[in-house]
Design a protein around this ligand. Structure first.
Ligand SMILES: [Zn+2]
Length: 316
Protein backbone atom coordinates (compact mmCIF):
# COMPACT_ATOMS: atom_id res chain seq x y z
CA UNK A 1 0.00 0.00 0.00
CA UNK A 2 1.25 3.47 -0.90
CA UNK A 3 1.10 6.39 1.53
CA UNK A 4 -2.43 7.69 1.11
CA UNK A 5 -1.38 11.09 2.46
CA UNK A 6 0.72 11.47 -0.70
CA UNK A 7 -2.25 10.67 -2.96
CA UNK A 8 -3.28 14.02 -4.53
CA UNK A 9 -6.91 14.67 -3.64
CA UNK A 10 -9.61 17.27 -4.14
CA UNK A 11 -11.67 17.99 -1.03
CA UNK A 12 -15.14 19.21 -1.94
CA UNK A 13 -17.26 19.04 1.21
CA UNK A 14 -15.70 20.55 4.30
CA UNK A 15 -17.12 23.27 6.55
CA UNK A 16 -14.40 25.65 7.68
CA UNK A 17 -16.10 26.21 11.04
CA UNK A 18 -15.88 22.47 11.77
CA UNK A 19 -12.13 22.33 11.16
CA UNK A 20 -10.95 24.71 13.89
CA UNK A 21 -8.04 23.07 15.71
CA UNK A 22 -8.65 22.02 19.33
CA UNK A 23 -5.68 24.16 20.37
CA UNK A 24 -7.17 27.19 18.60
CA UNK A 25 -10.58 26.61 20.22
CA UNK A 26 -8.81 26.57 23.57
CA UNK A 27 -6.83 29.73 22.83
CA UNK A 28 -10.02 31.52 21.80
CA UNK A 29 -11.58 30.58 25.15
CA UNK A 30 -13.59 27.48 24.22
CA UNK A 31 -13.57 23.81 25.16
CA UNK A 32 -12.58 21.53 22.28
CA UNK A 33 -14.35 18.20 21.74
CA UNK A 34 -12.75 16.60 18.69
CA UNK A 35 -14.11 13.38 17.22
CA UNK A 36 -17.25 13.64 19.34
CA UNK A 37 -20.28 11.60 18.34
CA UNK A 38 -23.63 13.36 18.46
CA UNK A 39 -26.99 12.03 19.60
CA UNK A 40 -28.89 14.06 17.03
CA UNK A 41 -28.55 16.81 14.46
CA UNK A 42 -29.62 19.50 16.93
CA UNK A 43 -26.90 18.52 19.40
CA UNK A 44 -24.40 18.70 16.55
CA UNK A 45 -25.66 22.20 15.67
CA UNK A 46 -25.41 23.38 19.28
CA UNK A 47 -21.85 22.12 19.52
CA UNK A 48 -20.87 23.92 16.31
CA UNK A 49 -22.53 27.13 17.52
CA UNK A 50 -20.23 27.17 20.55
CA UNK A 51 -17.13 27.20 18.32
CA UNK A 52 -18.70 29.67 15.89
CA UNK A 53 -19.37 32.19 18.66
CA UNK A 54 -15.65 32.25 19.54
CA UNK A 55 -14.86 33.74 16.12
CA UNK A 56 -15.12 37.51 16.40
CA UNK A 57 -12.19 39.41 14.91
CA UNK A 58 -10.60 39.46 11.44
CA UNK A 59 -7.54 37.81 12.99
CA UNK A 60 -9.67 34.89 14.26
CA UNK A 61 -11.15 34.22 10.82
CA UNK A 62 -7.83 34.69 9.04
CA UNK A 63 -6.12 32.34 11.50
CA UNK A 64 -8.56 29.44 11.10
CA UNK A 65 -8.22 29.73 7.30
CA UNK A 66 -4.41 29.63 7.39
CA UNK A 67 -4.42 26.68 9.81
CA UNK A 68 -6.99 24.91 7.65
CA UNK A 69 -4.63 25.12 4.65
CA UNK A 70 -1.75 23.70 6.66
CA UNK A 71 -3.86 20.81 7.97
CA UNK A 72 -5.31 20.02 4.53
CA UNK A 73 -1.86 20.05 2.92
CA UNK A 74 -0.73 17.44 5.46
CA UNK A 75 -3.59 15.22 4.24
CA UNK A 76 -2.57 15.42 0.59
CA UNK A 77 -5.38 17.78 -0.36
CA UNK A 78 -4.16 19.63 -3.43
CA UNK A 79 -7.38 21.46 -4.26
CA UNK A 80 -10.17 22.38 -1.85
CA UNK A 81 -13.63 23.90 -2.10
CA UNK A 82 -14.23 25.00 1.44
CA UNK A 83 -17.71 25.87 2.68
CA UNK A 84 -18.23 28.92 4.87
CA UNK A 85 -21.44 30.36 6.34
CA UNK A 86 -20.34 33.91 5.61
CA UNK A 87 -23.59 35.86 5.94
CA UNK A 88 -24.40 34.33 9.31
CA UNK A 89 -21.02 35.33 10.76
CA UNK A 90 -21.35 38.78 9.23
CA UNK A 91 -24.69 39.34 10.97
CA UNK A 92 -23.41 37.96 14.26
CA UNK A 93 -20.36 40.24 14.40
CA UNK A 94 -22.17 43.23 12.89
CA UNK A 95 -19.80 43.53 9.92
CA UNK A 96 -21.36 41.92 6.83
CA UNK A 97 -18.21 41.45 4.72
CA UNK A 98 -15.50 41.12 7.35
CA UNK A 99 -15.63 37.35 8.09
CA UNK A 100 -15.52 36.38 4.42
CA UNK A 101 -12.81 38.89 3.55
CA UNK A 102 -10.68 37.71 6.48
CA UNK A 103 -11.16 34.06 5.43
CA UNK A 104 -10.24 34.90 1.82
CA UNK A 105 -7.08 36.63 3.12
CA UNK A 106 -6.20 33.61 5.24
CA UNK A 107 -6.79 31.16 2.39
CA UNK A 108 -4.63 33.26 0.07
CA UNK A 109 -1.85 33.25 2.62
CA UNK A 110 -2.19 29.58 3.62
CA UNK A 111 -2.83 28.37 0.08
CA UNK A 112 0.38 30.01 -1.12
CA UNK A 113 2.42 28.86 1.84
CA UNK A 114 1.27 25.22 1.82
CA UNK A 115 0.72 24.71 -1.89
CA UNK A 116 -3.05 24.29 -2.01
CA UNK A 117 -5.42 25.53 -4.70
CA UNK A 118 -8.66 26.73 -3.17
CA UNK A 119 -12.11 28.07 -3.88
CA UNK A 120 -14.98 28.93 -1.52
CA UNK A 121 -18.63 27.88 -1.38
CA UNK A 122 -21.10 29.80 0.79
CA UNK A 123 -23.85 27.85 2.47
CA UNK A 124 -27.10 28.87 4.09
CA UNK A 125 -29.13 26.87 6.59
CA UNK A 126 -32.62 26.01 5.37
CA UNK A 127 -33.96 26.91 8.83
CA UNK A 128 -32.80 30.51 8.48
CA UNK A 129 -34.57 33.45 6.82
CA UNK A 130 -34.70 33.92 3.07
CA UNK A 131 -33.21 37.43 3.40
CA UNK A 132 -30.01 35.94 4.69
CA UNK A 133 -29.79 33.65 1.65
CA UNK A 134 -30.12 36.77 -0.54
CA UNK A 135 -27.23 38.31 1.38
CA UNK A 136 -25.28 35.06 0.91
CA UNK A 137 -25.87 35.27 -2.85
CA UNK A 138 -24.80 38.91 -2.94
CA UNK A 139 -21.61 38.17 -1.01
CA UNK A 140 -20.83 35.25 -3.31
CA UNK A 141 -21.29 37.43 -6.40
CA UNK A 142 -18.74 39.94 -5.16
CA UNK A 143 -15.60 37.78 -4.84
CA UNK A 144 -13.95 35.80 -7.68
CA UNK A 145 -12.77 33.00 -5.43
CA UNK A 146 -16.30 32.29 -4.23
CA UNK A 147 -17.59 29.95 -6.91
CA UNK A 148 -20.94 28.76 -5.60
CA UNK A 149 -23.68 28.78 -3.01
CA UNK A 150 -25.99 26.18 -1.55
CA UNK A 151 -28.48 25.19 1.08
CA UNK A 152 -27.48 23.13 4.09
CA UNK A 153 -28.97 22.19 7.43
CA UNK A 154 -32.18 20.43 8.35
CA UNK A 155 -33.48 18.78 5.17
CA UNK A 156 -37.05 18.65 6.50
CA UNK A 157 -37.25 22.31 5.45
CA UNK A 158 -38.08 22.47 1.72
CA UNK A 159 -36.01 24.24 -0.93
CA UNK A 160 -38.95 25.85 -2.71
CA UNK A 161 -38.98 29.08 -0.61
CA UNK A 162 -35.41 29.72 -1.81
CA UNK A 163 -36.12 29.20 -5.51
CA UNK A 164 -35.79 32.86 -6.50
CA UNK A 165 -32.30 33.18 -5.02
CA UNK A 166 -31.30 29.91 -6.65
CA UNK A 167 -32.40 31.21 -10.06
CA UNK A 168 -30.54 34.47 -9.49
CA UNK A 169 -27.37 32.58 -8.54
CA UNK A 170 -27.63 30.44 -11.64
CA UNK A 171 -28.08 33.51 -13.84
CA UNK A 172 -25.02 35.07 -12.16
CA UNK A 173 -22.90 32.05 -13.11
CA UNK A 174 -22.49 30.71 -9.59
CA UNK A 175 -22.39 26.96 -9.05
CA UNK A 176 -25.13 25.35 -6.97
CA UNK A 177 -24.40 22.62 -4.44
CA UNK A 178 -26.99 21.58 -1.86
CA UNK A 179 -27.00 19.22 1.07
CA UNK A 180 -29.65 16.59 0.32
CA UNK A 181 -30.24 12.92 0.97
CA UNK A 182 -28.27 12.94 4.22
CA UNK A 183 -31.08 12.83 6.78
CA UNK A 184 -34.01 13.06 4.37
CA UNK A 185 -34.85 10.47 1.72
CA UNK A 186 -34.45 10.31 -2.03
CA UNK A 187 -37.27 12.84 -2.54
CA UNK A 188 -34.97 15.52 -1.08
CA UNK A 189 -32.47 14.70 -3.83
CA UNK A 190 -35.06 15.08 -6.56
CA UNK A 191 -36.00 18.43 -5.02
CA UNK A 192 -32.32 19.51 -4.95
CA UNK A 193 -32.07 18.68 -8.65
CA UNK A 194 -35.43 20.06 -9.85
CA UNK A 195 -35.85 23.11 -7.59
CA UNK A 196 -32.23 23.58 -6.52
CA UNK A 197 -30.52 22.94 -9.89
CA UNK A 198 -27.83 21.12 -7.91
CA UNK A 199 -24.62 20.43 -9.83
CA UNK A 200 -23.37 18.25 -6.98
CA UNK A 201 -25.10 16.78 -3.96
CA UNK A 202 -23.82 17.27 -0.43
CA UNK A 203 -23.98 13.72 0.99
CA UNK A 204 -26.76 12.33 -1.25
CA UNK A 205 -26.35 8.87 0.27
CA UNK A 206 -30.10 8.28 0.60
CA UNK A 207 -30.29 8.19 -3.20
CA UNK A 208 -29.85 4.46 -2.70
CA UNK A 209 -33.43 4.27 -1.33
CA UNK A 210 -34.92 4.87 -4.78
CA UNK A 211 -33.68 3.13 -7.97
CA UNK A 212 -35.41 5.78 -10.09
CA UNK A 213 -33.44 8.58 -8.45
CA UNK A 214 -30.24 6.52 -8.68
CA UNK A 215 -30.79 6.26 -12.45
CA UNK A 216 -31.48 9.98 -12.75
CA UNK A 217 -28.40 11.03 -10.75
CA UNK A 218 -26.26 8.61 -12.78
CA UNK A 219 -27.58 9.78 -16.15
CA UNK A 220 -27.18 13.46 -15.25
CA UNK A 221 -23.68 12.72 -13.92
CA UNK A 222 -24.31 14.55 -10.64
CA UNK A 223 -21.41 13.81 -8.25
CA UNK A 224 -22.07 12.89 -4.62
CA UNK A 225 -20.01 14.44 -1.84
CA UNK A 226 -19.92 11.45 0.48
CA UNK A 227 -18.71 11.95 4.08
CA UNK A 228 -18.71 8.47 5.66
CA UNK A 229 -17.29 9.18 9.13
CA UNK A 230 -19.47 12.28 9.49
CA UNK A 231 -22.53 10.15 8.69
CA UNK A 232 -21.55 7.74 11.47
CA UNK A 233 -20.75 10.51 14.01
CA UNK A 234 -24.09 12.21 13.33
CA UNK A 235 -25.94 8.91 13.56
CA UNK A 236 -27.25 8.73 9.97
CA UNK A 237 -25.43 5.43 9.38
CA UNK A 238 -24.85 2.90 12.20
CA UNK A 239 -21.23 2.10 11.32
CA UNK A 240 -18.65 2.55 8.60
CA UNK A 241 -19.05 -1.10 7.60
CA UNK A 242 -22.77 -0.45 7.04
CA UNK A 243 -22.13 2.69 4.97
CA UNK A 244 -23.66 2.60 1.46
CA UNK A 245 -20.51 4.01 -0.22
CA UNK A 246 -19.57 0.73 -1.99
CA UNK A 247 -23.14 0.32 -3.25
CA UNK A 248 -23.11 3.89 -4.57
CA UNK A 249 -19.88 3.16 -6.46
CA UNK A 250 -21.26 -0.13 -7.80
CA UNK A 251 -24.40 1.67 -8.99
CA UNK A 252 -22.16 3.70 -11.31
CA UNK A 253 -22.52 6.99 -9.41
CA UNK A 254 -19.76 9.58 -9.20
CA UNK A 255 -18.64 9.17 -5.59
CA UNK A 256 -16.22 11.62 -3.98
CA UNK A 257 -14.80 11.17 -0.48
CA UNK A 258 -14.97 14.08 1.95
CA UNK A 259 -14.81 14.83 5.66
CA UNK A 260 -17.55 17.42 6.32
CA UNK A 261 -14.89 18.80 8.69
CA UNK A 262 -15.43 15.85 11.07
CA UNK A 263 -12.22 13.89 10.40
CA UNK A 264 -9.02 14.01 8.32
CA UNK A 265 -9.16 13.29 4.61
CA UNK A 266 -6.22 10.88 4.23
CA UNK A 267 -7.41 8.99 7.30
CA UNK A 268 -10.83 8.71 5.68
CA UNK A 269 -9.36 7.21 2.49
CA UNK A 270 -7.29 4.81 4.61
CA UNK A 271 -10.37 3.70 6.55
CA UNK A 272 -12.22 3.00 3.30
CA UNK A 273 -9.28 0.85 2.27
CA UNK A 274 -9.49 -1.13 5.50
CA UNK A 275 -13.26 -1.45 5.81
CA UNK A 276 -14.12 -2.07 2.15
CA UNK A 277 -10.90 -3.74 1.01
CA UNK A 278 -10.03 -0.98 -1.44
CA UNK A 279 -6.46 -1.07 -2.71
CA UNK A 280 -4.40 1.76 -4.16
CA UNK A 281 -6.11 1.56 -7.57
CA UNK A 282 -9.58 2.00 -6.05
CA UNK A 283 -8.42 4.85 -3.80
CA UNK A 284 -6.75 6.56 -6.78
CA UNK A 285 -10.02 6.22 -8.70
CA UNK A 286 -11.89 7.95 -5.85
CA UNK A 287 -9.29 10.74 -5.90
CA UNK A 288 -9.69 11.10 -9.69
CA UNK A 289 -13.45 11.40 -9.28
CA UNK A 290 -12.96 14.14 -6.68
CA UNK A 291 -10.81 16.09 -9.15
CA UNK A 292 -13.27 15.58 -12.02
CA UNK A 293 -16.23 16.61 -9.82
CA UNK A 294 -14.57 19.83 -8.67
CA UNK A 295 -15.12 23.30 -10.09
CA UNK A 296 -11.37 23.71 -10.56
CA UNK A 297 -10.05 25.26 -13.78
CA UNK A 298 -9.30 22.65 -16.44
CA UNK A 299 -5.53 23.13 -16.22
CA UNK A 300 -5.62 22.39 -12.48
CA UNK A 301 -7.62 19.22 -13.12
CA UNK A 302 -5.20 18.06 -15.81
CA UNK A 303 -2.21 18.62 -13.54
CA UNK A 304 -3.78 16.85 -10.56
CA UNK A 305 -4.90 13.86 -12.64
CA UNK A 306 -1.30 13.45 -13.82
CA UNK A 307 -0.15 13.59 -10.18
CA UNK A 308 -2.61 10.82 -9.27
CA UNK A 309 -1.23 8.68 -12.12
CA UNK A 310 2.31 9.35 -10.87
CA UNK A 311 1.32 8.31 -7.33
CA UNK A 312 -0.21 5.08 -8.61
CA UNK A 313 2.85 4.20 -10.69
CA UNK A 314 5.30 5.05 -7.89
CA UNK A 315 6.95 2.11 -6.07
CA UNK A 316 4.70 0.84 -3.29
ZN1 LIG B 1 -21.97 19.38 5.26
Amino acid sequence: MRDVRALPKAHLHVHLESTVRPQTVRELGGTPEPGKAFNNFREFGDERAKVRDLLRTPEHFRRIAVEFCEDEAAQGTRYVEVTFTAASHGERVGEPEMPLEAVLDGLAEGGGRYGIEWRVLLDHSRRRPLERFWRTFKLASRYDRVVGIGLAGDESHPLAPFAEVIEAARDAGLHLVHHAGEAAGAASIREALDVGHAERLGHGIRVIDDPGVVAEVRERRIPLEVCPTSNVLLGFVPSLAAHPLPRLVEAGLLVTVNTDGETELAAEYARLGEVFGYGDAELAELARTSIDASFAPEEVKTRLRAEVDAWLSSPS
